[in-house]
Design a protein around this ligand. Structure first.
Ligand SMILES: [Zn+2]
Length: 311
């Protein structure tokens, strides 16, 4: 059942709609739980589109196993997706910096407010992101330190390789997930893949995790695959490799590999001079969970993140 969550008028007699697909169980009990899958806040992140499609398809195909409500929101920022823009095009605004929004604010703030009102009260919300066009991420759940105790048992069910527990001071209060958690609605952020692309294998991996989570919440009675045990960031230390020059980066380490201290991650070359200007190596032994996908780099560009000490 496709439902409209919010709509605002556009300048030339058109309307912007934010929609969700509500999939109801064959028998809806009063105690039925509700799980929300949201994505498309950043219009250049498309990995979640496949997850929404395939989740909806499977739930409808095996409808008899559904025991709760699943709401699927593929496009929180539909104008961004349509125009290949990360933010909301008309405002050039990062939509994940305006939550919880405002009922009588600008159009963008009103949309954020309407989305919040629709999600608050759910038993779980999963917000799927896909990095950006520059970096490729291993499938991971990100939770902030302040809600880690409550969220970690659920985060571990999502069948990702990695769970990153962020320190409190790096938490962005204006994100959707932070606002939902602050309002008492548990919300997990998934980051995986890279911007403007769909990595089907990552989507399938996460789907197995979403079904495991649905089963844990008694929303799904069908078969599930046991989720893999993720590495938790608190088991090690996240180290970062950045460029200290301008040029063109090409990787030689494999994304998701376990690298050794001193092992080469890639090189930066100068195409005009025909010279290698930097060779970048890992500062520690660990899991290479973020690797630069976009070749052009400047001084300070992020190249890689490694979870040091990870097994
Ligand atoms: Zn994002």
């Amino acid at each position: 059942m496709v439902m409209t969550v919010a709509s605002v008028a556009l300048p030339v007699h058109e309307k912007l709609f934010i929609q969700k697909n509500r999939i109801l169980p064959p028998v809806l009990s009063e105690s039925a739980k509700r799980v929300c899958i949201v994505t498309g806040t950043h219009g250049d992140e498309l990995e979640g589109q496949y997850v929404c499609f395939e989740l909806g398809r499977r739930l409808q195909n095996e409808h008899e196993h559904l025991n709760g409500i699943v709401d699927i929101y593929p496009a929180l920022n539909p104008l961004g997706i349509d125009s290949i823009s990360r933010g909301i095009p008309m405002f050039d605004l990062d939509m994940n910096r305006i939550f919880p929004g405002s009922e009588d604010g600008t159009s963008a703030e009103f949309l954020a407010h309407s989305i919040m009102q629709d999600l608050v009260g759910a038993d779980m919300c999963i917000d799927i992101h896909a990095s950006n066009i520059f970096l490729r991420e291993i499938p991971q759940v990100r939770v902030n330190e302040t809600s880690a105790e409550k969220l970690l048992p659920y985060a571990k069910l999502l069948n990702t390789d990695f769970v990153w527990v962020h320190e409190a001071e790096t938490v962005l209060e204006s994100t959707l997930a932070y606002s939902l958690n602050a309002a008492g609605t548990p919300a997990l952020v998934v980051e995986m893949g890279t911007g403007m692309r769909i990595t089907k294998a990552y989507g399938d991996q996460l789907l197995d995790g979403i079904f495991a989570l649905l089963a844990k919440l008694d929303v799904w009675k069908g078969n599930v695959c046991p989720p893999k045990e993720p590495v938790i960031s608190t088991d090690g230390e996240v180290m970062q490799v950045s460029s200290d020059c301008c040029g063109i980066f090409t990787p030689c380490a494999r994304h998701t590999a376990h690298v050794q201290k001193g092992e080469q991650i890639g090189t930066i070359f100068d195409p005009l001079a025909g010279e290698i200007v930097a060779e970048l190596s890992s500062p520690c032994d660990g899991l290479l969970f973020t690797l630069r996908d976009y070749p052009v780099v400047y001084d300070g560009s992020l190249i890689a993140r490694i979870l040091g000490g990870a097994v």
